[in-house]
Each structure stands twice: as structure tokens, then as C-alpha cells.
Design a protein around this ligand. Sequence first.
Ligand SMILES: [Zn+2]
Length: 173
Amino acid sequence: MNYKTHINGGILAGLYITSQMQSINILPTAIFLGSSIIGSLLPDIDHKNSYIGKRVKPVSKVINKLAGHRKLFHSPILYLVLYIGSMSVVTNKLGLNFLFGLFLGIFSHLFLDSLTVGGLPWFYPISKKRFSLAHIKTNSQLEFTLCGILLCVNVVVLLDILKITSIFTFTQG
Ligand SMILES: [Zn+2]
């Protein structure tokens, strides 16, 4: 998937969680949504030509050399361990907000990559086998359609959160 689809996927995950909150405070919500966008791009740091990889090319090159593409940095098990580990260390409320958003974004990325032809190594490093839930090719017409749908849903959910429209009601009360 390209970065636009990943960003929209990360935003959707973040907005959905936000829509379920009883009360919305600006700063925690901004941190949460911002980190979910960062998280949605982060796993592709293992590829030097990805959106994030291009911005930190030297780092990305080293990671790619050591870990390969769509291997360790696309391992749900790794992120689950990191998530549990970091959540038990950080006690600061805004820090927890950031981490929750970050990992939410990361998991949205892993989910979207699972919809591609290449699939995702769900049990890496235990098994290298890749699983694919759909056969969407990166930068294909199908991906552009998916990206467009995600974008539209994001706009609708955002308008709903801002109480501008309630075409579909995602928010509580
Ligand atoms: Zn990826």
C-alpha cells in the first residue's frame, strides 16, 4: 500500500476511537491523532524508497540491511511486545495517549499490508509465512479506490465528531 492509503487508514482508526470517547479534549486528541498518523507510516521505515524511508534514508538503509523489508519491522508480535513493554513503563497521561495512537497506527498499517498481494508475516520471527487477506496490488486502481473510500469515511466521521453533521452516528450521545 502507498503512504496515502496508510495515512488514511491510521486516521480512520484514530478518529473511530476518538468518536467513542465521552469527552474530547483538544491536546490529548491532537497528540493521539498525530501519533496514529506517524504510526501508520512507521513500519515502512524498513524500505528506503517509502515515504518515511526517504526522509530518514541513512537510518532506513541500515534497517533494511539488517532486518529486510516486510519482515521484523512488519511483525505484529514485535509490536505487541513493544506495546505491552512501553505501556508498562510510561505513566504520564499524554505519553500513554501518544503510545496508544502510535501503536494503533502501526496496527492499521499491518492490517492494510495484509490486504496486499505480498501479504504480511503475521507470526514473524516464529514463521516467515506471509498471510494475505485480499489481493490488492500497491498503486493499482483497486488501492486508489480503497484510499478514496477511506478518505470519504474519514471526512464523514470527522464531521460527525465535530457535530457538523450526523448522517451516520458514530459518536456517543
Ligand atoms: Zn508496509
